[in-house]
Design a protein around this ligand. Structure first.
Ligand SMILES: NC(=O)C1=CN([C@@H]2O[C@H](COP(=O)(O)OP(=O)(O)OC[C@H]3O[C@@H](n4cnc5c(N)ncnc54)[C@H](O)[C@@H]3O)[C@@H](O)[C@H]2O)C=CC1
Ligand SMILES: O=CCc1c[nH]c2ccccc12
Length: 291
């Protein structure tokens, strides 16, 4: 998939959520081993963040992998240091042991002059300067809704290449996705496995549809969820430490769901109120997708 002139792999391996440790200066050996296993199984896109505290592990795994830098797609995010992106990025690069990142993402739009000393309209040009300095190949955002994207597009010299959002059948954010499509912004879906991992509702209309399709394609419900994301042309960010699941999930892009099957899953997800696992408490508004 092309993002301006930079190509983004359709599946990214996440180092947040289960791997989050906050402290950027310790090393979680299990994560380094997991990333090496992910590389072995064909993953080339790793998703990090200054907040996760996992950049040293990503750097260690890259160094031990023997892979060429140009074959990798390394993404990290900024939020708490948004007032000084160059200093934050240089620290991230030092931890990653890299000279550039492929994608630099604003983790969430929840910062203001009052909270972080800067507004979005002032922050974005500072990130654009990092592209001009060759430290970043493409810029992105995360958890942005239409109102945030509109503010950004008014000032952007380089529009965001991606919007990384919670996206799965129980969290479809139809309007934001449509806005991204219209403006050529790639949707990166995080928590794609939420219907089988995070969703605790007793009314589970997606399960039976996944079950039927998993049988048809001789695969798991998880792979059908990934195929639902990928068959719509989006990028999926997932994580698992289990090698057999790494091997299975990277092959999900080979499953081509029909339009009718994509709709069956989407409609099933829309039968219950939107379920959002992340950022709801930070002010991320609920949005019931259009039926
Ligand atoms: N930008 C943002 O605000 C956010 C970004 N992310 C990024 O996305 C990545 C993926 O997000 P996740 O929520 O971790 O997504 P996910 O949908 O891949 O869920 C991962 C969790 O599911 C478990 N799992 C995997 N396969 C399973 C199966 N078959 N049965 C039961 N459990 C299974 C894994 O052990 C892990 O705990 C993160 O690591 C992070 O890099 C995640 C959340 C927020
Ligand atoms: O990125 C998504 C979820 C997450 C997990 N840990 C943190 C810490 C700070 C911001 C976001 C997150």
């Amino acid at each position: 998939m092309a993002l301006n002139t930079v190509k983004i792999p359709s599946i990214g391996f996440g180092t947040g959520t289960a791997w989050y440790k906050g402290d950027p200066d310790t090393i979680d050996d299990k994560l380094v081993k997991t990333l090496l296993s992910a590389f072995k199984h064909g993953y080339r896109f790793i998703d990090g963040a200054e907040s996760y505290g996992t950049e040293r592990e990503i750097g260690a795994a890259i160094a031990q992998s023997g892979l060429s830098r140009s074959d990798l797609f390394i993404s990290t995010k900024i939020l708490k240091s948004i007032g000084n992106p160059e200093e934050a990025l240089r620290k991230s690069l030092e931890r990653l042991n890299l000279t550039y990142v492929d994608l630099y993402i604003i983790h969430a739009p929840y910062f203001t002059q009052a909270s972080h000393g800067i507004e979005l309209e002032e922050a974005w040009p500072r990130l654009e300067a990092l592209v001009d300095k060759g430290l970043v190949r493409a810029l992105g955002v995360s958890n942005f809704r239409i109102e945030h994207l509109e503010r950004l597009l008014k000032v952007a010299k380089y529009p965001p290449a991606v919007n990384q959002i919670e996206f799965n059948p129980y969290c479809q954010d139809v309007q934001t996705v449509e806005f991204c499509r219209k403006h050529g912004i790639i949707v990166e879906a995080y928590a794609p496995l939420s219907p089988i991992v995070y969703y605790k509702g007793t009314d589970r209309p997606v399960d039976s549809v996944l079950d039927k399709l998993a049988q048809k394609y001789a695969t798991s419900q998880a792979s059908i969820l990934l195929a639902w994301v990928l068959s719509q042309g989006h990028v999926a960010i997932l994580t698992t430490s289990k090698t057999e699941r790494q091997e299975e999930y990277i092959k999900a892009s080979e499953i081509k769901l029909t339009e009718a099957e994509i709709s069956d899953i989407s409609r099933a997800g829309q039968q219950v109120p939107e379920f959002r696992k992340f950022w709801a408490s930070a002010g991320h508004k609920q949005s019931k997708p259009k039926a």
